[in-house]
Design a protein around this ligand. Sequence first.
Ligand code: ZN
Ligand code: ZN
Length: 138
Amino acid sequence: MAETAEPKAVKVHKTSGAGVEIDWKDGHHSSYTFTYLRDACPCALCTEEREKAKRKPGDPLGAVQGALPMFKALARPSEVEPIGKYAIRFYWNDGHQHGVYSWRWLREVCPCPQCKMARESTSGLEEDIAEHEKRKPN
Ligand SMILES: [Zn+2]
Ligand SMILES: [Zn+2]
């Protein structure tokens, strides 16, 4: 599946703040909000922070005490820059600019119900196998 992660068309709705739309070469369509992408930032810093909080890419941040929930909804890129043929980089309006979003990675975190279900059933399957292994008599 990751081999097909090549975009045919990419639209970044920077001015309207509507998010990013990608048409993939295999016909799949993905649509991301900027908040989703900001939360799922693949840089080392954010990955570490997510692992500590046990969040997956795309899971919303936990409520930060004293923070206004509205602030989160305003995630927007101030600059968007293509990186070669394989990725895109966002300069977020909160000053964060370490995230390089590869097409492959974007396809992996596609938030559409179809991909979400596929991701969940895969991790469910792994758990089933682990359970099965445990129950096996030696
Ligand atoms: Zn980051
Ligand atoms: Zn999808």
